[in-house]
Design a protein around this ligand. Structure first.
Ligand code: DGT
Ligand code: MG
Ligand code: MG
Ligand code: MG
Ligand code: MG
Length: 300
């Protein structure tokens, strides 16, 4: 129908490609999960099944878009996906990328619901919104993920103390809110410790640190800088014109063949051993972002 008189309407569709060589982050967030969590009796302040379901949905997104997404971070009802700066997914079209990720995530969330809540049928169809933000460099990307993890910590410390006061301390929600007004972090640690015998730092890491998903090698202990372009230089070696020393030439050719074989082997090993890791670690400090002992599969 391309040649019909209606085809001009195509011109109303505006391009929305993101510029090349910048990092893209898609953050999805549950719509009205305050209500949704209450409706499905999520445990307070953290429901392990709900969090694992989020992680499973996010892993589905990572696997479906393998090669495009380097890293993801999730907490509560949200997940952030970092796309490689070299990604050509949907020609980098903002709406296509965002809507596809939201759709993949939502359908996986619903699809996997019965596995995590076998005795709680879904009461309403859950939905998620999504936004895409462009970040110019690695430093800002790190700050972005630090911001989300700091948010995880602040919210979790508050919620843990709040629900301890209500569920164990017998306070009403209003009384607990009042009691926590104007308190700083150390006050909350103190309340948890002295009144409820809870050492906050010993609580499950998934609650305190959120969840980080990252592609690494099977052998890599620490994930290397995700999304950082790893240019595999096409080193063709020195071209010997009129080479007098035939012996040297053969030696260099041998080296070149050797190098190429090694490169091929490295590439194949990389494809074979790419592993999606699920971590609950600190991503604010340097350690997480330092290069791993073996090369990352998450680069570029
Ligand atoms: P929104 O995002 O503007 O549509 O509104 P909400 O209600 O989704 O608010 P949001 O995203 O700021 O906060 C997430 C809500 O989800 C918050 O009320 C707590 C709830 N939630 C998330 N994870 C858990 C959980 O593990 N247990 C419980 N009880 N609630 C949770
Ligand atoms: Mg929201
Ligand atoms: Mg929400
Ligand atoms: Mg949220
Ligand atoms: Mg189509």
């Amino acid at each position: 129908m391309a040649g019909t008189r209606f085809a001009y309407v195509r011109n109303f569709e505006l391009p929305d490609s993101v510029i090349p060589s910048v990092y893209l982050v898609v953050r999805i967030d549950g719509k009205g999960f305050h209500k949704f969590s209450a409706l499905h009796s999520f445990a307070k302040p953290n429901d392990p099944s709900a969090l694992e379901l989020m992680n499973t949905a996010a892993r589905h997104v990572m696997s479906s878009l393998k090669g495009h997404i380097a890293l993801a971070f999730g907490e509560s009802d949200e997940y952030s996906f970092l796309l490689r700066k070299s990604t050509t997914l949907y020609n980098r079209r903002e709406s296509k990328i965002t809507t596809h990720i939201v759709s993949l995530f939502t359908s996986a969330y619903v699809f996997n619901w019965p596995r995590f809540f076998p005795n709680t049928p879904l009461q309403v169809p859950p939905s998620f919104d999504g936004r895409l933000v462009v970040y110019p460099n690695e430093a800002v990307v790190r700050d972005y993920f630090s911001w989300r993890q700091a948010d995880t910590h602040i919210n979790n410390l508050y919620n843990t103390t709040f629900w301890a006061l209500v569920l164990q301390g017998g306070l009403t929600e209003q009384q607990a809110t009042k009691q926590l007004e104007g308190t700083v972090s150390s006050d909350k640690h103190e309340i948890l410790h002295s009144r409820f015998g809870v050492n906050y730092d010993r609580l499950e890491a998934i609650f305190r640190k959120g969840t980080t998903l990252v592609w690494t090698h099977a052998t890599a202990e620490v994930p290397a800088i995700p999304g950082k372009d790893e240019e595999e230089s096409e080193d063709e070696g020195t071209v010997l014109v009129n080479a007098k020393d035939e012996k040297l030439r053969r030696k260099l050719q041998g080296k070149r063949a050797d190098k190429q074989a090694k490169k091929q082997e490295k590439k194949e090993r990389k494809e074979r051993t790419a592993v999606l890791r699920t971590l609950h670690c600190d991503i604010i400090g340097d350690e997480f972002w330092l290069p791993a002992p073996s090369p990352p599969t998450i680069a570029g």
